[in-house]
Design a protein around this ligand. Structure first.
Ligand code: ASP
Ligand code: MG
Length: 722
């Protein structure tokens, strides 16, 4: 069982009621539901006025206005016989209202709204039952008799096992004498919590017109942000001290029954809102929000700053006073309170200024921008990326003012997407319980729910994924990829992707595709795109080949085959190491390098001389290793010859200005001999070296570790944050 509650502005008119129906129908399909509703907005105020009206004619007029408003809604929502019956039902209720004593008038609003909704859902084919909250919710001496109320609610829902949806008016109840009463202004939230506790619901959603509980009233502080997670206690403190989004008595029944509840925005149903629970995903010492409450009779306003288990009062008090004094506000006394609530009193005239000043100090100057990411690929790199996002969260927040939140994750089989975020430490488990990722379901889910500013991270080695990049950009989502295959496309397609990103205000970053986390692409791009022309780029960017060539000692210790297998085992090579030996992987890198330098190079423009002759490549992998052993003496001889000449060989990619070539540049990938004067001579292990000659600047040499999952993950994070 779940309970969904909608406030007055969510059901203000027929259009909004239709939005409510759109939210409720899929929810009902999932689980049995109790729908609790307020009166349509403004109705309760109007009813209070009607109750107080002494002039009979004016009273009749006011009732007529309200009746017409509800009739109008019925006309929009129903047709034919349903419309007639609805109108008659409403007229019956309005007749009761006309005859009701003044103090009872206020209790009719929720009857109108919920009768309309209950009938509407029945028309939609849902097994629906209207519940009379006046029967079920009972008060004694002005407070809710919880035991009695819960027992009545439970027996009502248990007694109707075939019913899928119960619709119950919020706000109203009856007292010990059986007279109708209310739970106080804004009481529908409280009704919903009582229904949730009574029916032993697993969840409670309170749908309203703002995106959850915010760090301050957004009407006073435009920079206020939604609080994603909060404890019952802190939520209660905010509600008691002036936050209007939640009616304070709501918290207790939910807390005692252990029901986590969320506060969501009817007008933005994808927004996750605020989750209020006993174990919120917040750290001790985190600030939650600032509220204010004016006591007109005392002529003062109490501003309250709420946090989760803040240690000590001194530093909070110091910052509060400093912020106020900077804003020119003189407090009326000292800061009081501790732990989760700090109070300061000010004059009512400066209420808003005080809230804004304190909000600025505690929530804006250190505001951390959340970057939502969806990660495709949970292999070695994806795994390390998720781990590193968790490990460096603290550092990224303090040094860069940003926080990377993983909202989606997929491997080749499954995916999870959760707007509340996936904790890195839970990633594995969440993925196991995830949904089927076949047919691009992950991308579909992401496109359906990604919030503004979201980044899609491709750390797969999927050949096809790039086909969806354009669509992702059109969804306003940026892309960071370490997947070279997505970039080694014909130039027109590559250029179209870059244009698509730009047109949609998204970014497209792939710095890790060449030299992993070395700043090669950014350096080339900033030269070439600004004022300098590129003369040549030479790059040793194949870790596999470097590793083999630099580790080889003439077969004294390890044969070529052994080294290659070892490189394959530690994940240095592509799945078939011949993709590296044949220059295919370097080719992709050279295409990216050249295009970044403004040269629209195509694969056909590149002359490749593989390290080994053709016949090594056109055979099964095991046969290849056999041939390699036969070939080895030739390799040894060549090494000896190079040694004698004081040279070394490097598998190099190069792009050089050459007026006779198609694009004015000649592109080659082949073994080159280099002497000790060359920056390529001294390379160990998996180091990469790129040398860029440009028109105006001295050669730029970028050298450093060029491979490893940790570096790849670091580079991806750099791209996300850049
Ligand atoms: N209709 C009632 C009020 O306006 C109860 C509610 O909306 O929660 O106070
Ligand atoms: Mg309300």
């Amino acid at each position: 069982m779940q309970v969904l509650k909608f406030g007055g502005s969510s059901v203000a008119d027929a259009t909004r009621m239709s939005q409510v129906i759109d939210i409720v129908l899929p929810a009902v399909a999932r689980e049995r539901t109790i729908l609790v509703c307020s009166a349509v907005s403004g109705c309760t105020d109007a009813l209070i006025a009607i109750g107080a009206e002494t002039d009979a004619e004016r009273r009749a007029q006011q009732i007529e206005t309200l009746r017409r408003r509800h009739h109008g809604m019925a006309r929009r929502l129903f047709t034919g016989a349903e419309r007639r019956e609805m109108t008659e039902e409403l007229d019956g209720l309005f007749a009761e209202l006309s005859a009701a004593p003044g103090e009872d008038c206020v209790t009719f609003g929720e009857l109108f709204s919920t009768r309309i909704l209950a009938r509407k859902f029945a028309c939609e084919g849902v097994a629906t039952q209207w519940l009379d909250s006046r029967e079920l919710v009972r008060t004694l001496g002005g407070v809710v008799a919880e035991g009695l109320t819960y027992a009545k609610i439970l027996s009502a829902v248990d007694g109707a096992p075939d019913c899928r949806l119960f619709v119950a008016p919020g706000f109203i109840a009856s007292d010990g004498d059986g007279r109708v009463t209310t739970l106080g202004r804004g009481g529908s939230d409280y009704s919903a919590a009582l229904f949730a506790a009574g029916a032993r619901a697993s969840t409670l959603e309170i749908w309203t017109d703002v995106p959850g509980i915010m760090t301050a009233n957004p009407k006073v502080v435009p920079a206020a942000a939604t609080i994603p997670d909060i404890s019952y206690k802190a939520a209660l403190t905010l509600a008691e001290n002036g936050a209007k989004v939640l009616y304070a008595p709501t918290v207790k029944p939910a807390m005692e029954a252990g029901i986590a509840f969320s506060i969501r925005n009817t007008f933005d149903p994808r927004h996750p809102g605020t989750l209020v629970s006993g174990r919120p995903a917040v750290k001790e010492g985190e600030w939650m929000g600032v509220t204010s409450l004016t006591h007109a009779e005392k002529g003062e306003t109490s501003v309250c700053l709420v946090g989760e288990a803040i240690p000590g009062r001194a530093s909070a008090a110091g910052r509060i006073c400093a912020a106020l004094s900077e804003a020119g506000i003189q407090p009326l006394g000292e800061v009081t309170g501790e732990g989760d609530a700090f109070f300061i009193r000010v004059r009512p005239t400066v209420e808003q200024a005080a809230v804004a000043a304190i909000h600025h100090e505690f929530f804006e100057s250190r505001a951390v921008t959340v970057i939502p990411v969806f990660v495709a690929g949970y292999g070695a790199v994806g795994h390390e990326l998720v781990r590193l996002i968790g490990l460096s969260a603290e550092r990224i927040a303090t040094r860069r003012g940003r926080s990377i939140r993983i909202l989606g994750l997929s491997d080749s089989r499954r995916f999870v997407a959760d707007l509340r975020g996936i904790r890195p430490e839970d990633a594995e488990k969440r993925l196991e319980g995830g949904e089927n990722a076949a047919e691009g379901a992950f991308i579909d889910a992401m496109l359906a729910c990604a919030p503004r500013g979201a980044v899609f991270v491709d750390c797969t080695d999927d050949m096809q994924l790039h086909r969806r990049y354009a669509e992702i950009f059109r969804g306003g989502i940026s892309i960071v990829t370490s997947n070279r295959r997505s970039l080694a496309l014909p130039y027109v397609q590559y250029a179209a992707l870059k244009a698509e990103a730009r047109q949609n205000g998204a970014f497209f970053r792939y710095d890790t595709t060449v030299g992993t986390s070395l700043p090669i692409l950014e350096s080339i791009a900033s030269d070439a795109n600004c004022s300098d022309g590129i003369e040549s780029i030479e790059a040793v960017v194949s870790c596999t080949l470097n590793y083999i060539i630099t580790a080889y000692d003439g077969a004294k210790r390890d044969s070529l085959g052994t080294l290659l297998r070892r490189a394959q085992d530690v994940g240095l090579t592509e799945a078939d190491p011949r993709t590296d030996l044949g220059g295919q992987d370097v080719l992709r890198k050279l295409l990216i390098l050249a295009r970044e330098a403004g040269v629209p190079l195509e694969a056909e423009d590149v002359e490749i001389v593989p390290m080994l002759p053709r016949e090594f490549f056109d055979c099964p992998l095991e046969e290849f290793y056999g041939k390699l052993a036969v070939y080895e003496p030739q390799f040894v001889a060549r090494e000896a010859e190079l040694d004698a000449a004081g040279q070394r060989q490097r598998f190099m990619a190069s792009l050089r200005r050459d007026p006779s070539a198609r694009l004015g540049y000649r592109a080659e990938i082949k073994m080159q001999r280099v002497g000790p004067e060359s920056p390529f001579y001294w390379i160990s292990g998996t180091e990469n070296v790129t040398v860029v000659h440009s028109e105006y600047s001295a050669p730029l040499v970028i050298k450093g570790a060029g491979e490893g999952v940790r570096l790849a993950a670091t580079g991806i994070i750099k791209d996300i944050l850049m």
